[in-house]
Write a protein that binds this ligand. Structure first.
Ligand SMILES: [Zn+2]
Length: 156
């Protein structure tokens, strides 16, 4: 599937959902399946957050602990995936988020990835530090977290 990754016809959708479900318990296999189905969606695969984003890093750990508790699966941190498109759309009124109903398959992929220990953020939220490759806030991300924007991390 190509950008913007809207749901295909029912038959194709069912087949992709089946492929995703089949690989969902193996983080590496799952990522390969996601990358094959959603061509070009994953832009960057990063290992960690840059210094200064400890809170996001802590959140990642908390999410993993919660998933382990909820599912009983022994998952661990995988990668920070920076993707091109989100499955949510922003409503104009009140800046509220809502699901894009045409992206249910993309949402499924997102959900499976998170449940295996991946962080999934869009290129509007995070970008890689061009020098060390750790995750830093994008311009919009910095605005959202009320931080000054820099195009590299504090150590580079
Ligand atoms: Zn850096």
């Amino acid at each position: 599937m190509k950008s913007p990754y809207n749901d295909p016809n029912d038959e194709e959708k069912e087949r992709y959902a089946f492929e995703l479900a089949n690989s969902r318990h193996d983080p590496h296999q799952l990522l390969q399946t996601v990358k094959r189905i959603f061509e070009g969606w994953v832009l960057h695969e990063l290992d960690e957050y840059a210094p200064g984003l400890e809170k996001l890093n802590d959140n990642w750990g908390l999410v993993i602990e919660k998933i382990k508790k909820d599912t009983g699966e022994n998952i661990s941190r995988q990668k920070i995936l920076i993707v091109s498109t989100s499955y949510i759309t922003v409503k104009d009124v009140g800046n509220q988020y809502s699901f894009d109903k045409d992206k249910s398959l993309l949402y499924l992929a997102f959900e499976y990835l998170v449940k295996q220990g991946y962080v999934v953020k869009t290129i509007n939220d995070l970008i890689p530090c061009p020098k060390c490759g750790r995750a830093i806030l994008s311009k919009d991300g910095a605005l959202f977290y009320r931080r000054p924007f820099s195009n590299k991390c504090s150590q580079c």
